[in-house]
Design a binder for this molecule. Structure first.
Ligand code: AMP
Ligand code: ZN
Length: 157
């Protein structure tokens, strides 16, 4: 691991956690950059987004550095998912007039991922807030849906 860590600028900060030196969220994990912490355990960290879409906008990340969702081991994804549920539940009861929330997760630049350390947004929603995650709904034909289903189904492992 020593040589691999050197080559990729990785740091092993505990038995469990490997971070990437130049990654902003890894710096938060290491405590080199401050954050407004909501939750922490051995594998997972949650903190408030510094440029919130709504008050209480939270992020949940694995402490280990993975660029996208596809890079994460299943076990760690389960831990992260549990924390998403815990933080979302707390947000719903703790913050005034929060009636719902969106969980948003972007992978790769084309999808709007700015920080290449996998993270989940929990965005509290209020009645009549101006947030808009709506997209123009497209048309579909059964033959085309079937074609795309066949393409994807064949690759599910
Ligand atoms: P994304 O576009 O999904 O990659 O979102 C990255 C999010 O990270 C943005 O909403 C930023 O506001 C947030 N962010 C970037 N740097 C920090 C930081 N130091 N502390 C908290 N949130 C951050
Ligand atoms: Zn990182």
């Amino acid at each position: 691991m020593g040589w691999i860590a050197f080559y990729f600028n990785l740091s092993i900060i505990s038995k469990e956690v490997v971070v990437l030196d130049e990654c902003i969220f890894c710096k938060i994990v290491k405590g080199e950059i401050p954050c407004t912490k909501l939750y922490e355990d051995e594998q997972v960290l949650s903190f408030l987004d510094i440029m919130p879409a709504a008050k209480g906008h939270a992020l949940v990340i694995p402490k280990n550095h993975y660029a996208t969702l596809l890079d994460m081991p299943h076990e760690e994804l389960k831990f992260v998912t549990e924390v998403i549920q815990k933080v979302a539940a707390a947000t719903m009861v703790a913050l005034p007039e929060v009636e719902g929330f969106n969980v948003l997760q972007s992978n790769n630049e084309v999808a709007g991922q700015l920080v290449p350390h996998v993270h989940f947004h929990i965005i509290p929603r209020h009645k009549d807030d101006k947030l808009n995650f709506a997209w123009e709904q497209g048309a579909s034909e059964m033959a085309e849906l079937k074609k795309y289903a066949e393409l994807v189904k064949g690759k599910i492992e």
